[in-house]
Ligand binder design. Structure first.
Ligand code: HEC
Ligand code: HEC
Ligand code: HEC
Ligand code: HEC
Ligand code: HEC
Length: 251
């Protein structure tokens, strides 16, 4: 019968059976022996994955060493948000480098709080450019909200005209300075305070950073980005801030 087949059909069948043979050999040789022991996956993958070191440790791990932040966190609305959601996975703080401090809070906070049509209404949401005041640029969220314990009631209780009015005048550039100089210019760790600094001195200092007369790796970058008008606005803002941290309305 084979002899009766036209030649080109015979070749086609030969090619097909060769392909099937190759596929069979590949299946036998390339499939892991543990495949399909329990189901359509490699059974050996389970112990392999289980032997890895976990990247995330969970908030209970952080709480032991960071009492103050943990206390704020556990009593506020963000107790449902794990530390590592905002701070990234544990890096072995403090020995192997500290955990990351989120700097771009606008990006971080809007991930969960930007108003979206599909977002459930029970999740508090804001519209950028309208919250809390209509403005082209929004200040960093942590200038007003405590990221560990954001509370509308507490903010509103404090937010009488004396608090909200100066905030409407908060220069947006100042929220970039806040991560080192403090939310209200009170200074932080080794970074000097700016609150109450005489405007003329402030302007001179900034121009010195800009021109390189005062050498500062940290400040040069920030000073160079500011126009003369912005520096003047910041000078007026910081001069008007209370010097004593105890007078600070939003800390
Ligand atoms: C064994 C104790 C310990 C544990 C556990 C621990 N930390 Fe820390 N952490 C420290 C110490 C000590 C510092 C350094 C404090 C300093 O420099 O002021 C630090 C620094 C930090 C900083 C930076 C502070 C700065 O000024 O740079 C952050 C943020 C932080 N930890 C978050 C976390 C988070 C999130 C976790 C959980 C994943 C965690 N820590 C677990 C002890 C710990
Ligand atoms: C919603 C996001 C968020 C969560 C959740 C969160 N943090 Fe933070 N954390 C921040 C931001 C933003 C900052 C920097 C601004 C500030 O200091 O207020 C910060 C600052 C810190 C600092 C101090 C860094 C410094 O300025 O020296 C520590 C320590 C810290 N967090 C620990 C924790 C621990 C521990 C937890 C869990 C119990 C936690 N955080 C949960 C956002 C968060
Ligand atoms: C100048 C101060 C200020 C800044 C900056 C600010 N907020 Fe607020 N925020 C407030 C005040 C005051 C309230 C409470 C009154 C209200 O509900 O509008 C509030 C309320 C909220 C609420 C609750 C809204 C609700 O419906 O319950 C969310 C969420 C919020 N802010 C997120 C943010 C985020 C995210 C940012 C950064 C992009 C930010 N805020 C920046 C002052 C501020
Ligand atoms: C991973 C998601 C997530 C991130 C990131 C996050 N939040 Fe929230 N936030 C929540 C949840 C969940 C609630 C609680 C809602 C509830 O009570 O049902 C909340 C509540 C709030 C509230 C309302 C508090 C009240 O009194 O009702 C404010 C204000 C707020 N967050 C501000 C912020 C700010 C500022 C940041 C950035 C530093 C931030 N959130 C980052 C999830 C998030
Ligand atoms: C990355 C951290 C960081 C940021 C962000 C930052 N600064 Fe500074 N600033 C410093 C440090 C640190 C010094 C002290 C000089 C030094 O050691 O380099 C300083 C010094 C200054 C001084 C001089 C104060 C004095 O008493 O001599 C002024 C004024 C100042 N900064 C203004 C600003 C302004 C305005 C912004 C925002 C546009 C800003 N800084 C942002 C870290 C920072």
């Amino acid at each position: 019968m084979i002899n009766n087949l036209p030649k080109h059909i015979f070749r086609l069948l030969l090619l097909l059976s060769l392909f099937l043979l190759l596929a069979l050999v590949a299946k036998i040789w390339l499939t892991d022996p543990s495949f399909y022991r329990y189901g359509h996956y490699r059974a050996d993958a389970i112990p392999e994955l289980a032997a890895g070191t976990p990247v995330y440790k969970g908030s209970a791990y952080c709480v032991g060493c960071h009492d103050k932040r943990a206390a704020d966190w556990s009593s506020g609305a963000h107790v449902v948000v794990q530390c590592e959601v905002c701070h990234g996975p544990d890096r072995g703080c403090p020995e192997n480098g500290k955990a990351m401090i989120p700097v771009d809070t606008i990006r971080l906070c809007t991930t969960c709080h930007l108003a979206l049509p599909a977002r459930p209404a029970r999740q508090p949401q804001i519209v950028l450019g309208e919250h809390p005041f209509s403005d082209e640029e929004t200040p960093e969220c942590f200038t007003c909200h405590d990221p560990h314990s954001p509370s509308n009631e507490e903010l509103l209780a404090k937010a009488g005209p004396t608090v909200l009015e100066p905030l409407t005048k908060l220069p947006v550039a100042a929220s970039k300075c806040a991560k080192c100089h403090g939310k209200r210019g009170q200074g932080r760790n080794k970074t000097p305070a700016l609150a109450g600094m005489e405007a003329a001195v402030f302007i001179e200092q900034m121009n010195n950073f800009k021109s390189g007369v005062s050498e500062s790796k940290k400040m040069a970058k920030y000073a160079k980005r500011l126009s003369d008008e912005e520096i003047e606005e910041l000078a007026g803002y910081y001069e008007g801030l209370p010097v004593s941290p105890s007078e600070e309305p939003l800390e």
